[in-house]
Design a protein around this ligand. Sequence first.
Ligand code: CP
Length: 304
Amino acid sequence: VNHLLGIKYLQEKDIQLIFETADHFKEVINRPIKKVPSLRDITIANLFFENSTRTKLSFELAEKRLSADVINFSAGQSSVKKGETLIDTVNNILSMKVDMVVMRHPNPGAGVFLSKHVKANIINAGDGAHEHPTQALLDSYSIRERLGDVAGKNVVIVGDILHSRVALSNIYALKLQGANVMVCGPKTLIPKYIGDLGVKVETNLRKALEWCDVANMLRVQNERMDISYFPSTREYTQQFGVNKALLDSLNKEITIMHPGPINRGVEITSDVADSKQAIILDQVQNGVAVRMAVIYLLAGKIKQ
Ligand code: CP
């Protein structure tokens, strides 16, 4: 059984294989006929125990472009509400001859837990504040597309690092590819273990932007806060929000990224989010090809 549970479990060569495969699928989905018959014999269940727009629709589209059969499950409309466990839920779905499970879950480690208890290939679509591997892959793929390479680039991840699965997966992915990584945010939103991951820490946004080639702006995840980590949204925006005036005052043009959903006017102003410096919608577009590549490569292993 093969999984994509986190970037932590990948090697650099795995990422390069995913990117080369995604290059092919990106070309395919730009053709008038966007589908390939590769996975006609595969059935995939998308299990979302937490809200999603981009990841859920991107996985579904990737699966359909590969001609897989697809079933979708949202916990809110399911028998989870009647008390059914995660393992029972997944085993019931698997008994319908499902080959692969894509799962988003609010609990960190949910994918790893599931992989030990059920017989299916599992792709982690985000597990709490732990990992979001396909987001990190599409982020690096988008940097590679815009700047030619990830190796050697200075990338700062700005914002709520503590609650961000996007930050952790990006740190693993960027480091594997030889990028220099910095995190920037309020001290209260930077986890203590961050130094062990070999990343720089900066609490001054201007200094971080002066250092970087790429700034990945994160949302403050109020839904994961159980105490007040920072005084106010207004203060956060003043110290850690990017706006056009700040970017224009740098003597270079940096690439701006955001995994979405954006809180416009909080971590990023609209004049930046909608500018040519930002590759936010390119990230979303690339997500389909990158997820096609991940599913295709894992499914290939099912058939072996
Ligand atoms: N980037 C991302 O994971 O967005 P969604 O929560 O909408 O899937």
